[in-house]
Design a binder for this molecule. Structure first.
Ligand code: PDD
Length: 284
């Protein structure tokens, strides 16, 4: 596997960072995960805008221009084997003597790698997944895509330990998002997702689904979802760049709707696949 580290493309085994890198010491950095279909980057401008917003929020200067990011990521895609790839990039505040205070002139560390994009299994598509609700133990700035993910890791693992694939997080009685995904429900024919704000990540997949809903006259609203609304939903979906859209068919051990992925899920998944296919067909 070829990775990118600070202006160089090199085999992953040869890529090294200093032990004093603040990403390693403090988890002081931000990241993005961007899919590429047929070697074409998916919603690149939206991902780069969110990266820029995360960097600004944590006061790390953006180390590359839009063109710089695009060139580097396309080169990384070219140097790796698969047509469908999952690009991971992270920017940390770089190396400095350990001190909570930020260094005055940080030299950010820029790292990117590509992994094959694993298609969602047929059984997950056909049967849906199980999820459990857990208290949202994360901080107050979940809109920043920070690399410090210890709460998300604990939450996801607790879900797995309970034979569920994802945790749906509850804060002050409201369902916010998954440990690594955004949340949608279908209630009385309407698609509902919580509004963006400090308690959830503004997902790129989430925004695309709202765009597709709008373009196809599917009624939708950005509105808070209470724990009760979640429990009584006809359909529950979780969305992310790597898993696209997954239907939750069991919540806290009980069947959701008819216990199978619902009709609106099937429709949105088809619209999403068409959108991806258009990207694959674009000239490179
Ligand atoms: N996670 N919410 C959280 C907390 C996430 O970590 C993610 C994605 C999402 C969905 O965002 P998007 O649609 O832009 O992928 C929502 C990535 C995939 C990860 O950490 O691997």
């Amino acid at each position: 596997m070829i990775v990118y580290l600070n202006n160089e493309f090199l085999p992953a085994e040869q890529a090294c960072i200093p032990v004093l890198d603040r990403g390693f010491i403090f988890g002081d950095g931000v990241y993005e995960v961007i899919p590429a279909y047929g070697r074409r980057l998916f919603r690149l401008d939206e991902h780069l805008q969110r990266l820029h917003n995360s960097l600004t929020a944590v006061r790390i200067p953006n180390p590359l221009s839009r063109e710089g990011w695009a060139t580097m990521l396309n080169e990384l895609i070219a140097q790796n084997e698969h047509d469908d790839q999952s690009l991971y990039l992270q920017v940390t505040r770089g190396s400095a003597q350990r001190d909570h205070a930020m260094p005055e002139e940080p030299v950010p560390t820029v790292f990117a790698m590509s992994n094959p994009l694993q298609p969602v299994s047929d059984s997950m598509r056909e049967q849906g997944i199980a999820a459990i609700t857990l208290d949202d133990i994360r901080w107050q700035r979940c809109h920043i895509k920070a690399i410090s993910l210890l709460p998300n890791i604990l939450l996801r693992q607790e879900a797995l330990d309970n034979d569920a694939a994802e945790a749906i997080l509850i804060r002050d009685g409201l369902a916010t998002e998954g440990a690594a995904s955004n949340l949608f429900i279908v209630s009385r024919g309407k698609l509902i997702t919580p509004p963006t704000g400090p308690f959830l990540l503004p997902g790129i997949t989430r925004d695309l689904i709202l765009e597709l809903a709008e373009a196809n006259h599917i009624p939708f609203v950005e509105q808070n979802i209470s724990r009760d609304e979640l429990k009584n939903a006809d359909e529950i979906w979780l969305t992310s760049s790597t898993k696209e859209i997954l239907a939750v068919t069991r919540l806290d051990g009980e069947a959701v709707g008819g216990g199978k992925p619902g009709p609106l899920y099937q429709r949105m998944l088809a619209l999403y696949q068409d959108y991806k296919q258009q990207l694959r067909n674009e000239p490179q």
